[in-house]
Design a protein around this ligand. Sequence first.
Ligand code: PMP
Length: 455
Amino acid sequence: MIRRADSPDPQAGQAVKAADRAHVFHSWSAQGLIDPMAVAGAEGSYFWDYDGNRFLDFSSQLVNTNIGHQHPKVVAAIQEQAGKLCTIAPGFAVDVRSEAARLIAERTPGDLDKIFFTNGGAEAVENALRMARVHTGRPKALSAYRSYHGATAAAINLTGDPRRWASDTGAAGVVHFWAPFLYRSPFHAETEEQECERALRHLEDTIAFEGPQTIAAIILETVPGTAGIMVPPPGYLTGVREICDRYGIVFILDEVMAGFGRTGHWFAADGFDVVPDLLTFAKGVNSGYVPLGGVAISAEIAATFDQRPYPGGLTYSGHPLACASAVATINAMAEERIVENAAEIGETVLGPGLRELAERHPSVGDVRGMGVFWALDLVRDKETREPLVPYNASGEANAPMAAFAAACKRNGLWPFVNMNRTHAVPPCTITPSEAKEGLAALDAALTLADEHAAR
Ligand code: PMP
C-alpha cells in the first residue's frame, strides 16, 4: 500500500527518523549534523513525507529516476520476476539478463554490443578501467578535474571533485586534466572554438609529457553532471576520439548520469556523433528501482577476452530482479516516447524557462544543459562571475546556497544543489505543467539568492 500525501501520519514519521538516527550511517555526511527527511511515498514526479508535505522531484533523487517514481509497468515486472526467479549466479544464461543486454546493446552507439553488468555506476567505472588496462597492457588513466565517477577505490581517484581528496593516495595511476568549460574557462578562452581547440591541445600535451605508451584510458563524462552539467563544445569529443585513436588509448565515456534519456537522446554520445570503446551506464537504465549498472564493450575490446578470461566479476552481476526492471524500463521508455519527451521539455519549457529566469535574476550567471539536464550557475556578480559561494564551501560560507535550497523546499520543490549551482534534473517523464510548476518554485527561491548576492 502506498502511504498517500493526503493522509499524513507524523508519529510514524518520527519513529522512522528515530530508528534512522540510531542505526543508519549515511553517505557523505557528518552523522551528528544531519536530519534526513522521512519519506512516506512517491509517484511520478513527486514524493512526500509523513507530515503531508509533497515535493516536486527536480533532482530525480540522485539524477536516476528518469522514468519517474513507481512506474506501474516496472513495478509489475519486478513483482512478476520475484515470483519466477529472484536470484541466480552470473555464470548462467537467464531470459531477463539476455533480454536486458540485447535491449541495451541495440541502443548503445557503434559496435558496443557486449554488456558486462554491475550493481551501480562506480563498479561500472572500476571494470571499464580494468578492461582498458588489461586490453592495452598500460597502467595509467587520464580523467577530468571537473568530474564525478563514483566512490569506490579507482572511481574516486578518477573523480575530480573534492570528495576525492580524503581517499586519494596519489598512487592509483590517475592523471587529471582540464576538460572544456567556457563559462569558467581553464584556458582563458572567449569562444567555444577557442575553448575546444585549447582543451584538445592541452590534452595532447598532457599525453606527450606522461608518455602515450603508459596511458591505458581517457575517461570523460559525455556531459559532466555532478560537476556542473557542462555541455562540451562541438568537436571536442570527436577530437578526443581522434587523439585516443592516434595513441592507442581506450576512450571511456561515463554515461552513468547522462545516459538513458537524460539529455534527450538514449545516450548523450548520440548527440555528439562520438563512439567510445567502453561506455558505462547505471541510474537511468532502470531508474534505480533495483541496483544496476554496467559497461557496454566494443567488439575489439570484447575480442581481448574471447580466449582468455576477464579478470573480474560480481556475485550479483546481471541480477534477475534488476534485469527484469531494466527490460520493463527500456520498453516503457520506447513505448511511451519518454526520451522524446525529455528532448521536447528541454527545448520548449525548461531551456526557455531557465533562460528567462537568468534574464530576470541577478544571481543567475549561466544556464547550461539539454533535455532534462540543466544547471544554473549562481553568482555574486554577473560581470565577474564570482560564484555565490566559494568553491567547496561548507558551514557558514555555504549559507546562501543552504538558504536557497531551504526556500525551494518551502515552495514544494526538491532541488539538486551542489556548490554554487542548482541543477534542474527532473524525471524524463515530467509534463509541461509540472516543469512550469518547478520553474515558478525556482523563481521564488532565486529572489532569496539575489538578496544574498547583493550583500
Ligand atoms: N559516474 C557518474 C557520471 C555518476 O554521476 C555517478 C553517480 N552520481 C557515478 C559514476 C557513480 O555511480 P554510483 O553512485 O551508482 O556508484
